[in-house]
Write a protein that binds this ligand. Sequence first.
Ligand code: PLP
Length: 293
Amino acid sequence: DGVIWLDGKMVPWREAKVHVLTHTLHYGLGVFEGVRAYSTVNHGTSIFRLQEHTDRLFRSAHILAMDIPYSKEELNEAQLAVVRENKLEEAYLRPMCFYGSEGMGLRADNLKTHVMVASWDWPSYMDPEAKEVGIKIRTSSYTRHHVNITMCKAKANGNYINSILALREALESGCDEALLLDNEGYVAEGSGENFFMVRNGIIYTPELTSCLEGITRDTIFHLAAEHGYEIREKRLTRDEVYVADEAFFTGTAAEVLPIRELDGRQIGSGRRGPITEVLQAAYFDAVQGRNKG
Ligand code: PLP
């Protein structure tokens, strides 16, 4: 039930369909966002960092040479309208730009870009207990592959094949998430999260060369500065993670998620570390409008 914004109109959920010859379904070229609306302390429901998500959607489309036939203001309004019309208090939003069924073949320069925004109630991505005790992860046999690295600033549909396979592999081996390395063997990110670790009071995270420019990652930079923690961006190796005091993932869906184990090695105390706890609490305050974030 509910409505989905599709090409400028609100369409009933069940009628928001595409044809089997949808270009993006065949070749995977499309861009999307994962956005979240939270119920806030003062002003009802609010979409967290809406403008930054819309800006990244436009940057992703620009990288893949897709023209979005709407303005940023129109897509901001579409996202607000979808949450409002579906009467959602807390919601996950999925804007996506895709090529339709107007043409097949790899020549994509003359295709029309369709845009949709769907939204649904998806309060907890992980078991709520995981936010306290942390998750178990494994190094993936899948890497952030080449195109995927050279174009990692795009949140693009086709970039998720290795993420899906990595997550599946992790779940099949009894873990909760995967840690993907880049082609040179340095830590890149999770299947849909940025990675952070703490050692001797300093926070480390991979540079933006092999991971998505996460909006939650950026929020953590602001919150860490507010709390007087130093963050260093650097190439990280697996063994640095094994001997870290703390580690956590960040993402719109995962929020701030402690990591207690990598490849069967306990990290730090084997539960949420103190700096992770401070940043996690600050993040929940920010999304709920208790501080600016
Ligand atoms: N890395 C990947 C591959 C992702 O898909 C996501 C999710 O959007 C992230 C990191 C985290 O980004 P954000 O914090 O903007 O949700």
